[in-house]
Write a protein that binds this ligand. Sequence first.
Ligand code: F6P
Length: 367
Amino acid sequence: MRQRLRRIGVLTGGGDCAGLNAVIRAVAKSAILEYGMEVYGIADGFLGLIEDRMHELTANDVSNILTQGGTILGTSNKAVPDRFVTGRDANGDPIVEDVTPRVLEHIAARGLEAVIVIGGDGSMSGAARLMQHGVRMIGVPKTIDNDLRHTDLTFGFQTAVEVATEALDRIHTTAASHHRVMLVETMGRNAGWLALHAGIASGADVILIPEIPYHPEAVYRCCQARAEHRKNFTIIAVAEGARPVDGQVVVESIVPESPDPIRLGGVSTVLARQLSEATGLECRSTILGHVQRGGTPCAFDRVLATVFGQHAVQLVVEGRWNQMVALQHGVICHVGIEKVAHHQRQVPRDAPILRAARAVGTCMGDA
Ligand code: F6P
């Protein structure tokens, strides 16, 4: 049933990525210009709802931001209303409070009839909890990790793939010049999509992803075999969440205030050292880090973000509450936010893309 809504809110939650501003622009322009709604931009993700920081966006405010990286609204990957860290106790441990009532008050006082949440699985989980209190939510899937369930793609992923691919291409030439084994570590958390796509796109010799725990000996053998066949360098794309069959992921830091406190990072450095000791080859590692999240979105992400943003407003207009916009088999559709929340989508063992990687001779660390 079509609804006549006057005012909606929009927020960007979790880690940023390219294309957030393109979604904000599409949401605001479509809601204001097509449907005459008022759009409130909520600052810093759920933190803005907790602290009542939001302001009306005009069409002019979102003009000329399509190509801008980051988010004009700001974001946070720490603030969750039902487990909000309000301070520290005498031992330095976080004091956690459920501030959902505060959020509900702010939403009511501001007259927000629905909130569009642009985020990853953490933000969809936050949205799902607010839905239980009667808040009408619409989700837009974002993340460089591409690990949201029920959508084939999240916006931001393709740009990160381009960045990682360019880095791998550049590493390729220096690796060849110095006859080195070069490891390039991508982000991606517990999913290997980013390393897999960038690795295939750049013709990496070895790709290591969390879904396929690696045998260090298989990686050593691959590097040695290449050296013996006068291929005097090796390129290894490693996802930050990759781990050896008999080992653990490498944790870079712990962020106690975050709902997902573990920050991964450093597996490429550890593996480079082991490889060097085992093979005698010269090895170097490069951790790409947040460079994969910054900068202007690629054309594909600009289009996807625009289509997602417009579709989110369409769902609001049609009163299809608590749905996340999705892309399935090339078609824009929507799925219940509760089906997406609290889960991550990993690379399936039988994914055609894995078969293709193996078919062109890529070592996945398991042979
Ligand atoms: O989820 C996006 C992501 O960039 C992951 O790939 C990475 O593990 C994490 O966020 C890093 O988080 P932070 O910005 O807190 O360092």
